[in-house]
Design a protein around this ligand. Structure first.
Ligand code: ZN
Length: 470
């Protein structure tokens, strides 16, 4: 167990910065060496590979060197530690295609009054964050995601006011042990004609080995898509950002949302800016013709049913997108969704689809489960490494205990059980790249209670600063 107040970075961030200084003083301990996870054999699980092998009702999965070495029946232990998973469902870890982990402390604050509307509140409190709050919020959100079986997340970090903010958030991701793409964005008050800090992002990318080491973190840009009515100054800044990030070769996520959504998508299409490296978040109001252009360009779409509906973007009609675009995945989208809970996201998406279709079979629970695993991995172009349980892929996997009052086990195909009955607390075991980060229903590397206390303290200070700035 480690103190959540003073979790080691794993690898010191390399830049001279307040965050690095804080991390240096925080960690009087010896930094952990890269771990080679010991081989593990998970026996007798109901294995949902989410790949070509389909479901294997009583099978084993051998994990070696951080990867899946074999999937089959009656595998030999060969010296591996054995986990008996009778009565448990083995799944690839959930893949969250969009999140704002940094604001996880705000989880309980939204929608109680005009002042606590999502965008209004995040803008006001976000301005009162300090780097340590970025770290704690990101760690708090990522730890909750892991606990709920989410092994990969795209952390759209849109509260970066200084390099230290970005580095502190990155250190939160590293401390959590989650697989993540850190999407470097600006903040709410950054004028659209002021460029994002691409130089800092480029330097983080160049020096990744020094600060990330073995941590499963990659980088991308959280880009601001302008609207077609944006002035020339705004447009030229945005286009230059995109040109630079593509020259570096990093992926892009961008919000296409709310009333501006169709206009933003029009701009991307008319200027030929879409590409395989781009994830469009929400794609609110996209017409079929625009979605065909998205498909032709090979771009992906991240859908976040809970937040899209809660914030008033309209109904998330999953099939409207999946019928037209081949790369679509589900996402949590941060604290407005409440706790990170992919079961709840799947349920919300499935419910709305059935309701708008007038047909309970319009989309099957298994298809929604695919959108949270293999299809989500495809959307972020990591499907060759994660998203299904197949030999050679990374050992990102979860066990879900069916021996609980809210579960019970069907004769075959537990997809409906997972979408409609399962909850995060049924996730007994979570592995990221072969590292067991949750076992026996407890996080193994994070002291949850201390982390909750740290998040509470952080939020208290943020609110004090924000009130003082009124
Ligand atoms: Zn978002």
């Amino acid at each position: 167990m480690q103190s959540a107040d003073c979790l080691p970075l794993g690898r010191r961030l390399f830049l001279k910065s307040a965050a690095a200084t804080m991390l240096a003083t925080c960690s009087a301990r010896v930094l952990p060496q890269p771990r080679v996870p010991r081989p593990l054999l998970i026996r007798n699980a109901y294995v949902m590979t989410m790949g070509a092998a389909g479901d294997l009702p009583r099978a084993d999965v051998l994990v070696r060197g951080g990867e899946i070495a074999a999937v089959g029946i009656g595998l030999a232990a060969d010296g591996a530690e054995v986990i008996d998973a009778r009565g448990q469902i083995l799944l690839p870890g959930f893949v969250d295609t969009h999140n704002h982990l940094w604001l996880s402390q705000m989880r309980g604050l939204f929608g109680r009054s005009p002042e606590t509307r999502y965008f209004r509140l995040t803008e006001r409190l976000g301005a009162a964050y300090r780097p340590e709050d970025m770290r704690i919020g990101t760690l708090f959100g990522a730890a909750g995601a892991l606990e709920a079986g989410i092994t990969t997340t795209l952390a759209y970090c849109d509260n970066i006011r200084t390099p230290e903010d970005a580095e502190a958030a990155l250190s939160g991701l590293i401390d959590a042990g989650i697989r993540a793409r850190f999407l470097y964005a600006g903040h709410d008050k950054l004028a659209p004609d002021v460029p994002l800090a691409i130089d800092h992002l480029a330097s983080l990318h160049r020096n990744r080995a020094a600060w990330a080491g073995e941590a499963p973190i990659d980088l991308g840009l959280g880009w601001r898509t302008p609207t077609a009515s944006a002035g020339e100054a705004v447009l030229s800044v945005a286009l230059e950002e995109l040109r630079r990030i593509r020259a570096i070769g990093l992926p892009v996520s961008t919000h296409i949302s709310g009333d501006s959504g169709p206009d933003q998508l029009d701009l991307l299409i008319s200027r030929g800016l879409l590409g395989q490296d781009m994830v469009l978040v929400h794609a609110t109001g996209a017409e079929p013709e625009a979605l065909r252009a998205v498909q032709d360009a090979g771009s992906a779409i991240a859908l976040t049913p809970i937040t899209e509906q809660r914030v008033g973007f309209g109904l998330t009609r999953l099939k409207h997108y999946t019928d037209r675009v081949s790369r679509v995945g589900l996402g949590i989208d941060g604290a407005l969704a409440g706790a990170p809970d992919m079961f709840a996201v799947m349920r919300a998406g499935h419910l709305v689809q059935a309701a708008v279709s007038g047909d309970e079979l319009a989309m099957l629970p298994r298809q929604v489960l695919e959108l949270a695993t293999i299809e989500a991995a495809r959307a972020i172009r990591l499907d060759s490494r994660i998203g299904s349980l197949e030999p050679g892929k990374l050992a990102d996997l979860i066990l879900i205990d069916t021996q609980a009052l809210n579960m019970g086990f069907p004769v075959s195909d537990p997809s409906s059980l997972l979408v409609y009955s399962a909850r995060p607390e049924n996730v007994s075991t979570v592995m990221v790249g072969g590292n067991v980060v949750k076992r026996d229903s407890q996080l193994t590397q994070i002291d949850s209670q201390r982390l909750v206390a740290s998040a509470d303290r952080s939020l208290g200070k943020i609110r004090e600063r924000a009130d003082a700035a009124r």
